[in-house]
Design a protein around this ligand. Sequence first.
Ligand code: AQP
Length: 340
Amino acid sequence: RPRILSGVQPTGNLHLGNYLGAITRFVTLQQDHDCLYCVVDLHAITVPQDPAALEATTREVTAAFIAAGIDPVRHAIFNQSRVPGHAELAWIFNCVARLGWLNRMTQFKEKAGKDRENASVGLYAYPVLMAADILLYRADAVPVGDDQKQHLELTRDIATKFNNDFSARIAEKTGRDSYFKLPEPLIQGPATRVMSLRDGAKKMSKSDVSDNSRINLTDDADTIAGKIRRAKTDPDALPSEVDGLAGRPEADNLVAIFAGLAGLSKAEVLSQHGGHQFSTFKAALSDLAVEKLSPIAAEMRRLTADPGYIDGVLASGAERAGAIAEATLRDVKGIVGLLG
Ligand code: AQP
C-alpha cells in the first residue's frame, strides 16, 4: 500500500482550517494507505513556545487525530522529536539545499515579518526539516493544505538534487539510479485553504490575534454559533452557481467550509442553498459545524484526561516510525560517506 506522511504543529488551538485542510484528509486516506501522522514538535520550536504548554498541545493534537477518526493501532501517530532521524536527515539536507531556494520561501517571509534578523535559524530552515520528515519515510504522498504547496515543491527539489549529486554512489550502494522517489502533494477537497472568518483575504490561522477569526476544534456549541453569526459577509444572497462566488471571498469561504463539513462539493451546497440570505445559510452552517465538531471536542476532552494513554500511543507510533527511519538513515549515511 502507498505510504502517506503528514504533520501538524502543536502550536496552539487546532482550528477548522487544520481540520478540513489536513485532518479530515488523513482520516479518509487511512483506508487504503499506510499512514504516518506526526505531531511536529521540532517545527513548533522554530518560534518560542512555553515548554509546559508545548507538552499539553502535543497531547492535544494527538487526541485530535484519534478523536477525528484516525486509528492509532493500524497507523503510526507519533511526535517528531522522538524519532532522532528527522533532525539527522535534516542536517544532511541542509547541506544539499541551496540558500537561494530557501530565500524564496514565502512562509518564512510571512512568519519572520519585518524583523527578519531576529528570526531563528530554525524558522529559516523549517522547509528543510519538512523535507526530511517526508523523505525519511520515503512517503509516496503528503496530504496538506494549500499553504504547504511551496514546501512540497522544495522537498521534491531536495530529493532530486540528492539523487543527482550522489547518483554514482546510489548506483554502487543500491543498484538503483535514484534513492528518493518524489512525493506527491495531495491538496484535495473543497476546503484546501480555509480563510479567516473576519477577513476573506487572510488564511484561518492559529496565530491570528482575533479568536473570532477561527473556529477552534475545542469551541463549544454557543461559541461556534456566535463566531459564524458574526462572520464577515457581503449583503447579497448566495448565488446558485460556483461562478457566482467570484469576487466574493467571504461567501466563497463559508460555502467551502459547509462543503468540507458536509462532504459535498461547493456546487452541491449551492444547489441546496443558492438564493438564500446569509442569515439562513449561517444558521444551517452553525448546526452542521456543531454536529460535526462537538463529538470531536468531547472525545478530545475524554482522551486528554488520560495522558498515559496518549503517551502510549506516541511511544508505540515512534517505535514503528523509527524502524523505517533507521533503515533510510543507514542507506543515506552510506551513500553520503558517513561511517557508522
Ligand atoms: N487555513 C487553512 N486551510 C486549510 N488547511 C490549513 N492548514 C493550516 N491552515 C489551514 C493545514 O493544516 C496542516 C497543519 O498545519 P500546521 O499546524 O502544521 O501549520 P500552519 O499551516 O502554520 O498552521 P496555522 O494554523 O496557519 O498556524 P500559524 O498560525 O502558526 O501559521 C497543514 O497541512 C496545513 O496546510
